[in-house]
Ligand binder design. Sequence first.
Ligand code: NAP
Length: 247
Amino acid sequence: MENLKNKTAVITGGNSGIGYAAAKQLKEQGVNVIITGRRKEAIEKAALDLGVTGITADQSNISDIEKLAEQVKADFGSVDILFINAGIAGLGTIEQTTEELYDNIMNVNLKGAFFTLSKFIPILKDGASVVFLSSNTASMPGPGSSVYSASKTALNSVMKSAAVELAPRKIRVNSVSPGPTQTEVMKKVGLDESTVKSIMDVVVEKVPLKQMGKAEDVAKMVSHLSSDAAVFITGADFIMDGGMILV
Ligand SMILES: NC(=O)c1ccc[n+]([C@@H]2O[C@H](COP(=O)([O-])OP(=O)(O)OC[C@H]3O[C@@H](n4cnc5c(N)ncnc54)[C@H](OP(=O)(O)O)[C@@H]3O)[C@@H](O)[C@H]2O)c1
């Protein structure tokens, strides 16, 4: 396997979807895992189910990020794996997009991700792995998701700067960019199940492999990037979208 035993991992947004799957896989490999999320009950339930540490912290709130880093430092000392995964989707044309929607998306996906890395740098171990959860839409912006796509494109740029800044400490920084993946993210936008299903049916038609991605597959990539097998990989973005970006 990936030889991650006894490492410490912080995963933002670990109570559902990709973050939950990553927490499960890392825990199974002997990693001490800390997950975060906004909803107290959801994070407590996920932490209990997974047998990991759960901390309620809003990634869009800098004071929450600082408190999170302080608590992790006090309880675990340092961090080997930082998976900055928490993010929200948001739909709307540029004409329809309100300042509130713009700020909500940017504050979680870009500003919050940026300051999570920033505030954790002092407690990252030399040789640590940082992975940002981006999206294939960072490289293929389309109608109706301009703010979301922009948040992820900017995140990829931050990832590359961070890879160079942190290289002297042998800290590697990469991103994973899934295409449509089966999680709760679209339901949280406020769409009902049948609307999500019809959107996804249309999206899947655009995927050459004709299927949705699985959270577990993205989690495997995160494990791999966090392991010694990826020791020479930094500043790279891994698109996992069944070939969608090609057509
Ligand atoms: N699913 C896809 O098709 C897809 C494709 C490309 C990229 N992504 C990206 O993948 C990442 C994970 O999403 P997912 O698909 O796994 O969706 P998900 O099931 O909705 O999971 C998102 C996680 O992030 C947490 N989160 C959201 N806002 C937060 C905040 N302000 N502070 C702390 N935690 C927060 C959620 O916790 P709460 O519910 O408690 O807020 C939840 O644990 C996101 O960055 C998303 O943009 C997803």
